[in-house]
Design a protein around this ligand. Structure first.
Ligand SMILES: [Zn+2]
Ligand SMILES: [Zn+2]
Length: 363
């Protein structure tokens, strides 16, 4: 099968023929229909975080089940699925207490050393990024890495649910549990931030303050439900938020950039007792410093991994939101590209020109 392979870091992707194995016990082979380009992939390509090479990146995937291994009961060939990097073991304390997105033992779903690798290039094993490896015509994943969805859901939009939508909506619904009437702020209006905005609107937030240095992204945010707009180029965003809220601050802030500066700002704009949700992926050397006295008024800062998802429950619900017209996925796709154009897609992302580029594979 054809796949985009990362061979050096920092580096671009090369289109190559890669051997993919047949499904063994508990595994599912999926024909990929669509695969979204996510900022996380770019972080690893640029070397901000370490990754083994050669690797197939990509983790925002929808497709159709081709084959299943022994013991797979959740899906059958022909089922439509969305993959998720939050692969869960189903048996650890986190999984059993309702937090499968922070499963303690996702590696228990991997193949063991004595088994052949899932992906190979000649005789070399190829690293399957995030246990998905989605920039490829097929993925071979554990059955605990997929959610089954209804077949009338368009698969290009379904792919978006694989990471960006689940992260943004989940941060609002699962991590923050935003209540009706809440005032929220979103720092960073890329794909994740837009989904936080949509989620806050579905929850009935009374005010949704969008913050971004890119004025085009603020315009897009208005289409997704933001009610107030702040460009840090016009002055300190914390001051601007406090002004907008008569000095009170917001009930929830969502950092969707991955910077220690904006994480601090997210905390500094909180009302008493409020929570800052840190969604953005920071580099391994980043540290966030906060003024200790601010904790006196019970302000909280909370990490968020993939929207604290229970993806087999969440993803089919998000599909329903889309089919009911309550979730805007159509405006989230800036361009549909072929696999060959993947590097150009990342260049556009790096320049801040796109919301989401989605690779569409031929049938
Ligand atoms: Zn992602
Ligand atoms: Zn687990």
């Amino acid at each position: 099968m054809r796949a985009a392979v990362l061979r050096s870091v920092p580096g671009q992707l090369e289109i190559e023929d890669i051997s993919i194995d047949l499904p063994q016990s508990g595994e599912v082979l999926v024909r990929v229909s669509a695969s979204g380009l996510c900022h996380t992939d770019l972080h690893f390509m640029q070397g901000h975080l370490p990754v083994d090479v050669p690797a197939i990146l990509g983790h925002e995937v929808a497709g159709i089940v081709e084959k299943v291994g022994d013991g797979v009961t959740y899906v059958k060939p022909g089922d439509h699925v969305i993959a998720c990097l939050s692969v869960f073991c189903g048996q650890c304390q986190q999984c059993l207490t309702g937090h499968p997105s922070i499963c303690a033992e996702p590696e228990s779903t991997d193949r063991i050393q004595s088994q052949s690798p899932r992906l190979r290039s000649d005789n070399e094993s190829v690293f399957q990024f995030m246990r998905v490896g989605g920039f490829a015509e097929q993925i071979l994943v554990h059955q605990n890495a997929i959610a089954r969805i209804r077949k009338d859901m368009p698969l290009d939009k379904a792919a978006l649910i694989g990471c960006g939508v689940t992260t943004g909506l989940g941060a609002v619904f699962n991590t923050a549990k935003v209540s009706p009437g809440a005032v929220i702020a979103v720092l960073g209006c890329g794909a994740i931030g837009l989904n936080v905005i949509q989620g806050a609107q579905i929850c009935g937030a009374s005010r949704i303050i969008a913050i971004d240095t890119n004025s085009r992204k603020l315009e897009t945010a208005s289409r997704f439900g933001a009610t107030d707009f702040i460009n840090p180029a016009d002055g300190d965003p914390v001051e601007q938020v406090l002004q907008l809220t008569k000095g009170i601050g917001v009930d929830f802030s969502f950092e969707a950039i991955g910077s220690s500066v904006t994480a601090r700002q997210a905390f500094m704009m909180l009302a008493k007792g409020a929570s800052a949700i840190i969604i953005g992926l920071m580099g391994s050397d980043d540290e966030v410093s906060l003024p200790g006295l601010h904790f006196l008024a019970e302000r909280k800062i909370q990490g968020c991994d993939m929207g604290s998802n229970r993806f087999r429950i969440d993803m089919p619900r998000y599909v329903e939101f889309y089919m009911d017209g309550r979730l805007n996925l159509d405006d989230m796709i800036s361009e549909r590209i072929t696999l060959d154009k993947i590097n150009q897609g990342f260049t556009a992302m790096n320049q801040g020109d796109t919301v989401r580029s989605v690779i569409i594979f031929d049938d």
